[in-house]
Each structure stands twice: as structure tokens, then as C-alpha cells.
Design a protein around this ligand. Structure first.
Ligand code: HEM
Ligand code: HEM
Length: 175
């Protein structure tokens, strides 16, 4: 019987927590950069580049999570159900964020310039309607995901205060 998540799952949880929070800050900061300037293009493409790299790490995380057994949750029924449901929503939003950004980029003439060097040409038409749908999805999903992260942090703080062992399931240990 396992008592904590597999090592790659634990490491990827904390690496992605850091990267995702930085990517959120970067995304919101983009609105400060004046439109129709070369700088905006540079920063937007960096945001897209990091977003695609983070998206790949998210896929890797999901792969490791599906490959290994999760330790059984030592919580009463309703808490277990809420924890599982909120984790599922977090995974769904972790996929939706990079996917909606990527789709929006491919329904605009800009596509993605990886690290501002390698052009990944858009494979979709330059279509305002689809661009707006995916771009709005990206924005709404960002707010939704931040709300779920806030709930997740509250729950984590609660478990930490109660010292009920939940933290040690995901904490980093060298071995
Ligand atoms: C962007 C930020 C974060 C995201 C997207 C995220 C997402 C997740 C997900 C999806 C799980 C479930 C793991 C699984 O069952 O596969 C999880 C577990 C956990 N997270 Fe986070 N997390 C984030 C940040 C944090 C932070 C900052 C803390 C602590 C301060 C934290 C504490 C925990 C704990 C204690 C667990 C273990 C819960 C359990 O044992 O089932 N997370 N996280
Ligand atoms: C983990 C991945 C990602 C996160 C957490 C993230 C987060 C964000 C956030 C918080 C914003 C600001 C939203 C707002 O102003 O309301 C934003 C904007 C943006 N994101 Fe992302 N993003 C991610 C991936 C991507 C990817 C992969 C692309 C494209 C390939 C992308 C393209 C954009 C663009 C173009 C904007 C500016 C939208 C505008 O101002 O109209 N993002 N992102």
C-alpha cells in the first residue's frame, strides 16, 4: 500500500505550481504592454513559448499520474469526494489553459514564434470568430483556474494546520 504519490508526480506538482503561477503573472502583465508595438510581439511570443513548454510538462505529469497508483486518501467520504472532484477540475483547467491559447494562436495570422526565433506557422485560417472564442476561453479559464487554486491553497492550509498527513503525500523528499 503506497502512502504518498510517486516521485515524478510529487516533483512535477511543485515544479508546475511555480511555473504556472509565474505564467499567470506573465499573462496578466501582458495587458500593461502597449498594443501594436514590437515589444508586445516579443513578450506575447515568449508567453506562448513558455505556455507550450508548460503544456508539455502538464501532459508528462498526467502521464505519470495515470501510470502510478495514487495513495488512498485518508479522509471521510464527503471530503474525499470534494478533494477528488477539485483535483479533476484543476487537471482539466491545466489542459484547457495551454490548449485554448494554442488554438487561439492558430486561428490568427500570428501563429507562434518559438523563443522569437522559430516560426510555427498557424495551421488554421485567420478567423476572427474562432480566435475570439478561444481567446475568451483562455481568459475565462484563467479566472476560473485562479479561483480553484485559491480553494486548493485554503484546503492545503487546513490540512497543514491539522497535521493530518495530507501534506507528506505530495511533499518533496530526496529519496
Ligand atoms: C498552480 C498551482 C497548483 C496546482 C495547479 C495544483 C494542483 C494539484 C493537483 C491536481 C493535485 C492532485 C494530485 C493528484 O491526485 O494527482 C494536488 C495535490 C496537492 N497539492 Fe497542489 N497544486 C498547486 C499548488 C499547490 C500549493 C502551492 C500547495 C501548498 C501550499 C499545494 C498543496 C497540495 C497538496 C498538499 C496536495 C496533496 C493532496 C492529496 O494528498 O491528495 N498545491 N495539487
Ligand atoms: C499554462 C499555460 C498558460 C497560462 C497559465 C496562461 C495564462 C494567461 C493569462 C493569465 C493571460 C491574461 C488573461 C487576461 O488578460 O485576462 C494570458 C493571456 C494570453 N495568453 Fe496565455 N497562458 C498559458 C498558455 C498560453 C499559450 C500556450 C498561448 C499560445 C500559444 C497563450 C497565449 C496568450 C495570449 C496571446 C494572451 C493575450 C491575450 C489578449 O490580451 O488578448 N497562452 N495567458
Amino acid at each position: 500500500m503506497t502512502s504518498s504519490y510517486a516521485r515524478p508526480v510529487r516533483w512535477l506538482h511543485w515544479l508546475l505550481a511555480l511555473l504556472l503561477l509565474a505564467q499567470f503573472a506573465f499573462g496578466f502583465w501582458l495587458s500593461e504592454v502597449p498594443r501594436n508595438t514590437p515589444e508586445r510581439g516579443l513578450f506575447i511570443n515568449l508567453h506562448k513559448t513558455f505556455g507550450l513548454l508548460i503544456g508539455s510538462l502538464i501532459l508528462l505529469r498526467i502521464f505519470f499520474r495515470l501510470k502510478s497508483l495514487a495513495p488512498p486518501l485518508p479522509l471521510p467520504g464527503w471530503q474525499k469526494y470534494l478533494a477528488k472532484a477539485s483535483h479533476f477540475v484543476l487537471y482539466f483547467l491545466m489542459l484547457l489553459m495551454p490548449l485554448s491559447g494554442y488554438l487561439a494562436a492558430n486561428f490568427s495570422k500570428h501563429g507562434v514564434k518559438f523563443f522569437n526565433r522559430f516560426v510555427l506557422p498557424a495551421w488554421g485560417p485567420d478567423d476572427k470568430f474562432f480566435y475570439t472564442i478561444f481567446n475568451q476561453t483562455h481568459k475565462v479559464a484563467a479566472l476560473l483556474m485562479l479561483s480553484f487554486i485559491a480553494l486548493h491553497l485554503l484546503a492545503a492550509a487546513g490540512h497543514g494546520l491539522r497535521r493530518d498527513g495530507i501534506f507528506s503525500r505530495i511533499s518533496l523528499r530526496p529519496f
